[in-house]
Design a protein around this ligand. Structure first.
Ligand code: ZN
Length: 303
């Protein structure tokens, strides 16, 4: 069979991230004729896969339009982490993401008041679009980490369903509240300083606070990105790695520490601009179909 590959620019829209908004992205994805004309709704297929594919591990496509081959599970409990909400079966990711989470949790455990990390949603066993929440988290490179400092790492399955994280914001995200600590900043800094990460999403007031408190080298602030929501958890996004033939990186954040941009976010929260009467409403997109995912996602699904 002849497989034609063409590269198209895909602009994905905003969608929910566990009740919060999730980053939009402009990504290039390889679209193959392998699944051309396949109008099945992808979330209705990927949302019911309960195990990973037995293929070589690789992220496929973009964060908001992709899937993952050969995913592994973050063990439900480690010495410095616990996966939360196990009923969702979203503790799957690429092996490098699991390594990263374990490394960051070991750092977190050095922080006063933190036994490690409570880990929220990662990806589905084969990635892809989800039945609920999250536009991204599709390629096994995204992870949500709770803002709640873990005080015990022996929670049972039911406790992991019942416990909730806590919000760090006040004034709709313009400022941090009294739950925010230097330890949160240290953990976010560690995540942003890791060469494996591409972006860390957090509410605007937290970025402004980190801009205020940063001393010395400020280059790590570049990856800390203000975004809607993200006050109960922060969201770490890893880069594609060298050798990932089918993984689509996002354009890197604009150069600089991004602190002026974060001030702008806060200004707009405190003084919302009046609605533009000439604004054209964003067209509502339907759910992603198999034909809109990279061709390799069909073999991931069918493996
Ligand atoms: Zn997220």
């Amino acid at each position: 069979m002849v497989r034609l590959s063409l590269t198209v620019a895909l602009i994905t829209s905003l969608a929910a991230c566990g009740g919060d908004k999730e980053p939009a992205q402009i990504a290039k994805a390889s679209v193959s004729t392998q699944n051309a004309g396949d109008n099945r709704v992808a979330k209705n297929l990927f949302g019911y896969k309960v195990t990973g594919s037995s293929q070589t591990s690789q992220p496929i496509g973009g964060y908001a339009r992709g899937c993952q081959a050969g995913a592994v599970q973050l063990p439900e409990t480690g010495t410095t982490w616990q996966a939360m909400r196990l009923s969702r079966n979203r503790n799957w990711a690429q092996p490098r993401t699991v390594d990263f989470i374990q490394d960051l949790s070991r750092f977190a455990a050095t922080q006063p008041g933190w036994d490690g990390l409570y880990v929220g949603d990662m990806s589905q066993p084969r990635g892809g679009p989800m039945l609920t929440g999250h536009a991204s988290h599709q390629s096994g490179l995204d992870v949500d980490i709770w803002m709640l400092p873990p005080s015990q790492l022996d929670l049972n399955t039911q406790q992991r369903e019942d416990l909730s994280s806590i919000s760090m914001r006040r004034a709709s995200g313009a400022f941090t509240n009294s739950s925010w600590t230097p330890q949160h900043e240290a953990i976010l800094k560690a995540a942003a300083s890791d060469p494996r990460t591409a972006r860390i999403f957090v509410f605007p007031g937290a970025k402004v606070e980190m801009c205020k408190n940063a001393t010395g080298d400020r280059s790590w602030l570049n990856k800390i990105r203000p975004w809607w929501g993200h006050h109960y958890h922060f969201h770490v996004r890893l880069k594609c790695a060298a050798g990932d033939a089918n993984c689509t990186n996002q354009a890197p954040p604009p150069a600089g520490d991004g602190c002026a941009d974060a001030d702008g976010w806060v200004d707009r929260i405190l003084n919302p601009p009046p609605p533009d009467p000439n604004a054209t409403p964003r067209p509502r997109r339907g759910p992603l179909t198999m034909a809109q995912l990279p061709g390799q996602c069909l073999s991931v699904l069918n493996n």
